[in-house]
Design a protein around this ligand. Structure first.
Ligand code: PEP
Length: 245
C-alpha cells in the first residue's frame, strides 16, 4: 500500500518546517509506504527534517537528459543525488501546461529509471473522453506511447483529469475496471505486474471507499496532502485498511 503526497507548487520553508513537526510526532507503520513530493527547491530541506522517518521524498518531474543546456529543468541524477527515491512523470498538469507529450514522457520515465529512481507514471482521461465513454482507449494510448522499456521500479497512477482538484471522483466500478484494465494491459505487454495508484480528489472522507476498491494499490493525493492532519488521516486509513487482512 502506497500513499503519495504531491504538494505541487505549494508550501514554503516555514510551512514545511511546521508540517514536519507533526510528522516527527507521528507513529508511522512499516506496512504503508509514503512519499512526499515537495517543490524541487525544498526536497533537500524536507529530507533533512524527516530523515529519521520511514517516509521518502520525491521529485514532481525530471528531464530525460542527465545534464546540459536545459534551463529550468532538473536532471534525474540530481534528484537521486539529493535523496529522492521516487519521481512523478507525466502528471496531467505537466502534460497540459508544459505540453509534455507521450514520447517525451516515455523518455523522461526511462531516464529516471536508469538513474535508479522509482517512477510514478500518471495517466488519465479528460472530461470529454470520460463522457464519450472512451476512457479505456485514451489511457491505453497513453500507456502504449509512454511506458518505458524498463518496467522495474514503475508504478502507474490513474488520475482522471476531470477528478483532479474538483471534488468529483469516478464510481467504484469505474475505478476498479480502469485499474484492472491497466494491470491487464501492462502484464500482456510486459509480463510484469504493476501497482496502480488512484489519484483525483482523494480526501479523509472518501479514502476508505477508495481503499476498499479491488486493484487499488494506494493513492496519489494532491490538495488534501497539504494539510498535515488530512495527510495523516489518509495515511492512517491505509494502515487500518491493511490491518483488516
Ligand atoms: C494530483 O494532482 O495528482 C491530485 C490527485 O490532486 P487532487 O488530490 O487535489 O485532486
Amino acid at each position: 500500500m502506497f500513499v503519495a503526497a504531491n504538494w505541487k507548487m505549494n508550501l514554503d520553508k516555514n510551512s514545511i518546517f511546521e508540517f514536519s513537526k507533526h510528522l516527527n510526532n507521528f507513529k508511522f507503520s512499516s506496512k504503508v509506504e509514503a512519499c512526499i513530493f515537495p517543490p524541487m527547491t525544498y526536497i533537500d530541506y524536507l529530507n533533512s527534517l524527516i530523515s529519521k522517518l520511514p517516509i521518502s521524498v520525491g521529485g514532481q518531474n525530471c528531464h530525460y537528459k542527465k545534464s546540459g543546456a536545459y534551463t529550468g529543468e532538473v536532471s534525474p541524477l540530481f534528484l537521486k543525488d539529493t535523496g529522492c527515491k521516487y519521481v512523478i512523470i507525466g502528471h496531467s498538469e505537466r502534460r497540459i501546461l508544459n505540453n509534455e507529450i507521450n514520447d517525451e514522457i516515455k523518455l523522461r520515465a526511462q531516464s529516471a529509471i536508469n538513474s535508479n529512481l522509482k517512477v510514478i507514471l500518471c495517466v488519465g482521461e479528460n472530461l470529454i473522453d470520460h463522457q464519450k465513454g472512451s476512457a479505456f482507449k485514451f489511457v491505453e494510448k497513453q500507456l502504449l506511447e509512454s511506458l518505458p522499456d524498463n518496467f522495474e521500479n514503475l508504478l502507474i497512477a490513474y488520475e482522471p483529469i476531470w477528478s483532479i482538484g474538483t471534488g468529483k471522483i469516478p464510481s467504484v466500478n469505474v475505478i476498479e475496471e480502469m485499474h484492472q484494465h491497466i494491470k491487464k494491459f501492462i502484464s500482456k505487454k510486459t509480463n510484469k505486474k504493476v501497482k496502480v495508484l488512484y489519484g483525483g480528489s482523494v480526501n479523509p472522507e472518501n479514502i476508505n471507499n477508495i481503499l476498499n476498491i479491488v486493484n487499488v494499490d494506494g493513492v496519489l493525493v494532491g490538495g488534501s496532502s497539504l494539510n498535515v492532519k488530512d495527510f495523516l488521516a489518509i495515511y492512517s486509513a491505509a494502515v487500518k485498511h491493511l490491518d483488516k487482512f
